[in-house]
Ligand binder design. Structure first.
Ligand code: SF4
Length: 519
């Protein structure tokens, strides 16, 4: 792959681009051991941003020298030894805080430069990596957390995900993309991979080719959230399983070579797709791919489960079940993860699966062991049938650790959901997503109720934390839309009572079984 082609657009480069030309993001990996020996003060400030390629962000305030680390969990599958290693890293180095992200990854906080070599060693020993979890590079691949056990999947996507993930891991041909590049690969008919909000999504499809029905994928490009969100566009192509990697490489190449590099906020693939349109994008894809692809077949997505799998469900393997549990706002301590690993080993095959909804699934439990599993003490807090609000609340990292945050989010979301559960009982779940800034890591736009943190000037107290409220987001098939902003802002201290009134009204006016989107 010709690295020089990166500047095909022949445009002016942003200052970040110029810095990336002087030092590739992945080159930071050569420096970490030295910086660990010499201490945080030895790291020049121009290198701080490059730590992203190693899966690390400096926490707030940056000068304090603490890192947040994101570990890739492709399609959300964690083996037992990986779960134990992740829990022990959290215990030994991460002050016991372990977060599940909205891209099925695991996040730590409070790491120091001195600890990184040992953390990398421990991750490497169990086949995990944080490299490429952040930075202008293909990120961890999201997908179906039930891959391989799912009665709602056309095919097991584990091998494809791993193949694509390992191709892009530490691949210097693709370590200087215009910005982050998010992929989803799923064959789940309930759209567990959140197709429409990814830069590139492979979704379940079928097509008759030469008289035989083939299972494969459709392709969507140019989705993304942040301040200017776009739903992905479907290209007129059908991709066979064996071609997924090459198509992913071709699309990433188009982005690398034609994506915008002049203004950072315009550098995502979604802007190129919006400007070109899907037909021109398809043409360029075929040119780079080097041969024609079949046109679209039959879309096999039936609906959208929003990444929730609560309860006990039969697997495609006779006699086995999986159980979906709620991790409130995706935050665990190390002991809880160790306990999950322990019960997963004793009742299942040891695996834990992470979901886009920041929750977990324990797979491969023999049906006659399910009752015993559910009686384990760890499931008093990580519950199988959570209440309507806490069970469907998602939160980004927020001001505790994130440099871009305007408000605190995690604790606020948990308290808000618990308050609402105490005061309002609904017969349907309501998905609430809270984010601390417009970057929307907590995927505010696809929530029934999205809460976006802002700072608001008040007469009595000066600047205070406040929220914009957005309603009506969904990725439901044929109705996908981002939520819309309600007028005004609400002070953080008034959020509970305002939302209580909103949901009380909803409860009173709705018909039985009616959900928030259809209200
Ligand atoms: Fe930080 Fe904003 Fe992302 Fe929240 S949405 S984690 S505040 S960048």
């Amino acid at each position: 792959m010709a690295y020089e082609k990166v500047w095909a657009n022949d445009e002016k480069l942003s200052k970040e681009e110029i810095h990336k030309l002087k030092k590739d993001g992945l080159d930071i990996l050569n420096d970490i051991d030295r910086y660990a020996k010499e201490g945080f003060a030895s790291i020049p400030q121009e290198d701080w941003g490059h730590f992203k390629w190693a899966g690390l962000y400096l926490q707030k305030p940056k000068e304090a020298g603490y890192f947040m680390m994101r570990v890739n969990i492709p399609t959300g599958i964690i083996t037992n030894e990986q779960a134990i290693a992740l829990a022990n890293i959290g215990k030994d180095y991460g002050r016991d805080v372990i977060d599940i992200t909205t891209r099925q990854a695991i996040q730590y906080h409070w790491l120091t430069i001195e600890q990184l070599p040992d953390i990398y060693r421990r991750l490497g020993e169990v086949g995990l990596s944080s490299i490429g979890a952040c930075g202008d590079i293909p990120r961890t691949i999201v997908g179906n957390p039930l891959a391989g056990i799912d009665r709602n999947e056309l095919m097991d996507t584990r091998e494809i995900v791993n193949d694509v993930y390992h191709f892009f891991q530490r691949n210097s041909d693709f370590s200087n993309l215009p910005r982050k590049f998010k992929m989803s690969i799923s064959s789940n008919t309930q759209n567990a991979g959140h197709d429409l909000i990814n830069c590139l999504a492979f979704t379940p499809a079928a097509k008759v080719i030469d008289g035989e029905e083939k299972i494969g994928f459709h392709v969507k490009v140019g989705g993304g959230l942040s301040a200017k969100p776009y739903l992905a566009e479907e290209l007129d192509v059908f991709v066979l399983p064996e071609d997924v990697k090459d198509v992913a490489i071709a699309i990433t190449t188009v982005y690398r070579d034609y994506g915008y590099r002049e203004k950072r906020h315009r550098a995502r693939l979604k802007f190129l797709v919006a400007d070109w349109g899907k037909d021109k994008f398809r043409e360029k894809l075929i040119e780079v791919y080097g041969k024609e692809l079949p046109t679209k077949g039959e879309d096999k997505i039936e609906n959208w489960n929003a990444g929730y799998f609560y309860g006990v469900h039969p697997q495609k393997q006779e006699g086995l079940s999986y159980a979906g549990f709620n991790v409130p706002v995706g935050r665990m301590d190390s002991e809880q993860l160790l306990q999950l690993a322990d019960v997963a080993k004793r009742y299942g095959n040891g695996e834990i699966r992470t979901c886009n909804s920041q929750n977990v699934v324990i797979p491969n439990v023999p049906n006659d062991k399910v009752e015993e599993l559910l009686a384990e003490p760890v499931f008093e807090k990580i519950t199988i049938q959570p209440n309507s609000f806490i069970g469907y609340s998602v939160s980004c990292t927020g001001i505790e650790y994130c440099n871009l945050a305007l408000v605190e989010t995690k604790e606020k979301t948990r308290r808000l959901a618990e308050y609402l559960d105490e005061h309002i009982q609904l017969d349907v779940p309501v998905r609430i997503h809270m984010v601390g800034c417009p970057n929307s890591c907590g995927q505010r736009q696809i929530a029934d109720v999205g809460l976006q943190g802002v700072l608001m000037k008040t007469k009595e107290a000066g600047m205070v934390e406040a929220f914009e409220i957005y309603v009506g987001g969904t990725l439901e098939k044929d109705h996908a839309q981002f939520n819309e902003k309600l007028k005004g802002r609400v002070k953080a201290e008034d959020l509970e009572s305002v939302l209580k009134n909103l949901f009380a009204f909803f409860k009173e006016e709705k018909v039985v079984g009616e959900d928030f989107y259809n209200f």
